[in-house]
Design a protein around this ligand. Structure first.
Ligand code: SF4
Length: 172
């Protein structure tokens, strides 16, 4: 079980963020890194990247202000990890259609009985859940950024609001 860390002085600390991917194609992660072309200078001053495998090799799962989660929940392992992320995050943001609505990653949920029987051995081998779940089926979700992949303008709008919220909380 990951340990919660002690928060530095609120007035001086950066916003602690994590970026996580579950069952998905990671196209929203690609968009996130593309947004860095224009926002990196600003974000490196604002954010403490606690977990973002696309950006760094050293990642930790500890206390976060915002956890961004992409992809659907397809296995017991995913379910457990998502619950741990939720425990560590003040805000959890579902990124993209798979996280918000399950689809397209959840296509196997719509299989016929015959198709489901054909993939049964694979579900057993990978510890898969009987049905693929959206994030909100497992944990509380605070903000949703829909789209396949996510809409970058909507992402920026919601991130800006979250930044303002944390900055106001630190100065009040
Ligand atoms: S929502 Fe679309 S782009 Fe995002 S992970 Fe799912 S399939 Fe890929």
């Amino acid at each position: 079980m990951p340990k919660k860390t002690t928060s530095p002085t609120p007035a001086t600390r950066k916003i602690r963020i994590g970026w996580f991917s579950f069952s998905c194609c990671e196209d929203s992660t690609v968009l996130f890194t593309e947004l860095m072309n224009t926002h990196w200078q600003e974000w490196k001053k604002l954010f403490d990247f606690r977990h973002a495998r696309v950006l760094q090799s050293h990642n930790v799962l500890d206390e976060m202000d915002i956890a961004f989660v992409e992809g659907a929940i397809a296995s017991h392992e995913h379910e457990q990890k998502l619950k741990e992320i939720r425990k560590m995050a003040k805000k959890l943001v579902a990124i993209g259609a798979c996280a918000v609505a399950g689809l397209p990653s959840a296509q196997r949920n719509t299989f016929s009985e015959g198709q489901k029987q054909e993939i049964e051995f694979l579900l057993a081998r990978f510890g898969a859940l009987p049905k693929v779940l959206r994030l909100a089926d497992v944990v509380r979700v605070d903000v949703e950024v829909p789209g396949c992949p996510m809409n970058p303008d909507d992402f920026m709008k919601k991130v800006t609001l979250l930044i303002q919220e944390f900055q106001q909380a630190q100065t009040s």
